[in-house]
Write a protein of this length. Structure first.
Length: 318
């Protein structure tokens, strides 16, 4: 993450000057502090009962993100940049989210552009981001305010149930997706009904965002990897011989970075002012994307919960 400010409270961190790259400390350190596993003297690892009585929260100790693995304290920006930041990222690559494998090269194709979408309020674009060998691809839906002068800042996020659910716009194509049928206990490939258009509009205030001069871009979770056990067989991890080496959140975060690659070439987008956003499991995804990719100007992670912005060592909540 390059710009913006993330506040980590009660971390007992001494401030140092990191210049313009200071926000990158916030993103990586937030991921470290909130999700670090227990050590001696803290709560044991493993399942634990939910506690809603904050007065019964046991004592816990947070790791200091500005102390390196060998005990050396970070005192300047170069130490953070060259040593401590890579240490923290390596912990998460090797022990939590996994590493992206070598994947086929990608192409970005502008499939359609409507300069008068939403009754003339927006420019709607659809990009196809796909592997050159045809093994995988995702639809990147982009809305920009109509009549904007120059490039605009933009929010980028992954949606849960398909691009067509974020807005009732009939111009958004409905794509087939793999889902899990809980009653039949099996997976199936379905085309969502037209009635599902705009079903998630409460979480995606498209017209409000456009009216305030911002753009919005989104990709569907199922395009990258359907969210159920075995869904990896129908996403970007399908070709991996060891899919467990790279987790679903890692794959989702990677895809948002690839979406940013595409947006960098859109003249209507100010690629230096793109905020990556997400809710719940996609909130975890936004955090991990922003921690790895410093091109993102801001991370907005909502209700990311355990394994996200919740403090794992603090035994409180679900």
């Amino acid at each position: 993450m390059r710009r913006g400010t993330t506040v980590v409270e009660n971390a007992n961190v001494q401030p140092i000057s990191l210049g313009r790259k200071g926000a990158a400390l916030s993103a990586v350190a937030t991921v470290m502090i909130m999700t670090s596993s227990s050590t001696a003297g803290d709560q044991p690892l493993g399942p634990r009962p939910a506690s809603m009585d904050e007065s019964r929260t046991p004592a816990f100790t947070l790791p200091d993100p500005l102390v390196m693995n060998d005990g050396t304290r970070v005192t300047n920006a170069s130490q953070w940049r060259d040593r401590r930041r890579p240490e923290i990222l390596e912990l998460y690559l090797s022990r939590v989210y996994g590493r992206a494998p070598v994947l086929p090269a990608l192409t970005n194709e502008l499939v359609s552009c409507d300069p008068a979408a939403l009754g003339g309020k927006a420019v709607r674009k659809l990009y196809k981001v796909a592997a050159v060998d045809g093994s995988w691809g995702m639809d990147l839906l982009v809305y920009l305010p109509a009549g904007a002068e120059g490039s605009v800042p933009l929010f980028l996020g992954m949606n849960f149930d398909g691009n067509h659910t974020i807005c009732a716009d009939p111009g958004i194509s409905i794509r087939e997706q793999w889902t899990w049928d809980g009653k039949a206990k099996r997976e199936k490939l379905v085309r969502p009904d037209d009635e599902t258009r705009g079903r998630s509009v409460g979480g995606w205030p498209v017209e409000t965002i456009l009216a305030r001069g911002y753009g919005l871009a989104t990709v569907a979770r199922a395009d990258v990897e359907p969210d159920y056990d075995g869904g990896w067989k129908h996403g970007v991890r399908a070709g991996m011989t060891r899919p467990e080496d790279w987790g679903a959140i890692g794959a989702w975060a990677w895809s948002l970075c690839r979406a940013l690659d595409c947006l960098e070439n859109d003249p209507g987008v100010d690629a230096h002012r793109v905020a990556v956003v997400g809710h719940s499991r996609m909130g975890k995804t936004a955090l991990w994307a922003g921690a790895q990719d410093e091109r993102f100007a801001m991370v907005i992670s909502n209700n990311s919960g355990e394994g996200g912005a919740a403090i794992t060592r603090r035994c409180f909540g679900e």
